[in-house]
Design a protein around this ligand. Sequence first.
Ligand code: NAD
Length: 464
Amino acid sequence: MNRDRLYINGRWVAPSSDETIAVENPATEEILGHVPAGTAGDVDRAVAAARAAFDGWAATSMAERGAVLGKLHEALAARAADIARTVGLELGTPLKIAQAVQAGLPLAVLRGYADLAAQPVREETIGNSLVVREPVGVVGAITPWNYPLHQIVAKVAAALAAGCTVVLKPSELTPLTAYLLFDAAEEAGLPAGVLNLVPGTGAVVGAAIAGHPDVDMVSFTGSTATGRAISHAAADRIARVALELGGKSANVILEDADVTKAVRVGVGNAFLNSGQTCTAWTRMLVHRSHYDAAVELAASAAESFRTGDPFDEATRLGPLVSAAQRERVRGFIERADARIVAGAAPVPEKGYFVAPTVFADVDPHSELAQEEIFGPVLSIIAFDDDDHAVRIANDSRYGLAGGVWGSQERALAVARRMRTGAVDVNGGAFNPLAPFGGYKQSGIGRELGVHGLGEFQQTKAIQQ
Ligand code: NAD
């Protein structure tokens, strides 16, 4: 699965250095292949290509750009099976979930932007002003490994629809999936320079993008610590940043909830993608009257998760992405000062597996309840009434997502009080057209749908 080129100015080109990055299969610990370790010089070339392409691309109509995105969607959809397989190999997502989420979701998002761009452009009149929307410029996109294609497409599709040009640096842990998007881009005939790929490390390629004087906006998804570093780098030139960062989301199970369903769905949510999901409901808050039952249900639901080979149909929990990630998660489990009620299920010896783990009686102020663990670890906390639940839910420096279960009106009232960018009431389905993003240290800005498009636009007031 070796790839040895960068994609710059509509062509596969040689990198400026011989250095490569090995891509590992976390389920087998085998090396799948290598990709180039890009350099700051490669970023310069890619940004120059994006800059040169910008005026022409920005001058096309939204509908023309939508048609290009439609072709890209077609070329990418033809690769759906390959995408799911590649994510299964380099990240370890179980195949069925990879097909639905890792391949299906980005395809839906891309289709959504192609359709959105085909709609009549909305212009606003305010008194004697015509308010128009224009693309921000050259966008540097830096993405993580946990939903490798979705996180790329959420940025790239919106930026391209808005009329921006893009330089992408995917995560060094999952670059092979990104290459499939560029194969599709080439086949779809994207104009040269509109979309460019420079793989490499965060310290070299990511930092070069974040600090590049000709990058007008940095759109980043990843950890809060890296988001902070990127903000600092962009601040020097007042470049726009959009940040999608970490989370520690609460799943609130009220007194009048369907507890069995709430716990079952809640455990599934917390463990999706081995818990490596920024929106994962990692804190389960349960009304004291249901607490003991919920703990028992959650423990048995967790124990029933089959851990193992992502390509085995029966597997629900794959490995963590890397040895480092596994050690980090193990550290949280070892330091935890709470009652462990699940965590002894067998896991394969080879590969970076962690057994699905549930802690009860978790102190809301403890490390377990406050830090983003990014592994299959669920914390359960009791509350006394709705006010108490809201206080615990909001007692976090993060504010990305959450869930509430209970009678509709009461659950909705609690959802409105939660300081997060999204809340699902009684298992409301993920909506890829709804705005996605965080309050507090979970980020700045929104992705997806029309709100995501707006992130890549400037407004201009023309008085007449
Ligand atoms: P990370 O911050 O380590 O890396 C993300 C990307 O940033 C990678 O491409 C990396 O190479 C790059 N990077 C690292 N250091 C950099 C630097 N100094 N300058 C520029 N770029 C740099 O995060 P990760 O470990 O890949 O991803 C996991 C994190 O992402 C979790 O915290 C998770 O919550 C978060 N996440 C957030 C969302 C969201 O939408 N809010 C979605 C998915 C993941």
